[in-house]
Write a protein that binds this ligand. Structure first.
Ligand SMILES: C[S@@+](CC[C@H](N)C(=O)[O-])C[C@H]1O[C@@H](n2cnc3c(N)ncnc32)[C@H](O)[C@@H]1O
Length: 241
């Protein structure tokens, strides 16, 4: 690998371009894609999805939680929309006093989330909820904080989900919806994880580099107070109610 790297540099590729190229080859060859056909997963596939997320995306999850804790004064009830196997919810719970309702549409993924929550001894503070973001099983003004990371690209009716996010948010609450790696990842981690995410999500990955589309969706949901945060480590809609 080192020889190939030096060879590429010798061919005139810049150091960073050769590095990216090699990353692409590694990701492509190593079969490290993270499964993203959530609706087709049985329990075994959901366990594999969970394993790959833990293997490859922990730096982003740790970094993003650190960022959120720093940027917002979080107390009370949180809803995590499209929580996957609750790896993010577990990290957020460990670093806050939040009670987290972890909403997930796929039954098998939700079961693995429950296993993770139980294993971490957080059953009292993270409640797995099987349900659809388009029709959230929560009453109006239920949550102080709504987070949704990396689920936005799946939503068939994005405007409707944003309306739901706004409905369940309390007055004075904050919602953060989008995707990202957080500002505490290193350049190398960022490159590797971005490449792997793009490879895993295919065309859907574009959702996380389309700020104008996200702005339009939130606007069409009739949400008055929001801003779009778009930088090299993520794309988010931050909503205040
Ligand atoms: C890439 S995973 C993100 C998991 C987690 N939020 C994280 O940051 O690691 C996206 C998850 O969103 C879930 N999802 C997609 N559409 C959903 C919907 N309409 N309602 C609830 N969950 C949904 C998928 O089943 C999947 O588990």
């Amino acid at each position: 690998m080192l020889f190939f790297y030096l060879f590429l540099c010798k061919l005139g590729m810049s150091l960073s371009a050769s590095f990216s190229f090699l990353l692409l080859v590694w990701v492509g060859m190593s079969g490290e894609r993270v499964p993203s056909d959530y609706a087709r997963m049985g329990f075994v596939e959901a366990e594999l999805f969970d394993k790959k997320v833990k293997e490859h995306f922990m730096p982003a999850i740790i970094s993003m939680v650190k960022q959120i804790i720093e940027d917002y004064d979080l107390q009370g009830v949180c809803v995590d929309v499209g929580c996957g196997t609750a790896v993010f919810a577990v990290e957020l719970c460990r670093h806050s006093n939040l009670t987290i309702y972890a909403l997930e549409r796929e039954e098998a993924i939700c079961k693995v989330a429950y296993v993770n929550i139980k294993r971490e001894g957080l059953k009292d503070r993270i409640i797995p909820v099987l349900g659809d973001a388009h029709k959230m099983p929560f009453k109006d003004e239920f949550a102080d904080f709504v987070i949704s990371r990396g689920s936005y690209h799946c939503w068939e009716d994005k405007v409707l989900v944003f309306k739901e996010v706004y409905r369940v948010l309390k007055r004075g609450g904050i919602a953060l919806v989008g995707g990202g790696f957080g500002r505490y990842v290193t350049e190398e981690e960022l490159k590797r994880m971005k490449l792997l995410r793009d490879l895993s999500l295919g065309e859907n990955a574009k959702a996380y580099s389309s700020p104008d589309k996200l702005r339009e969706v939130v606007y069409r949901a009739g949400i008055p107070n929001f801003r779009i945060i778009y930088d090299p480590v993520g794309l988010w809609a931050e909503i205040k109610k």
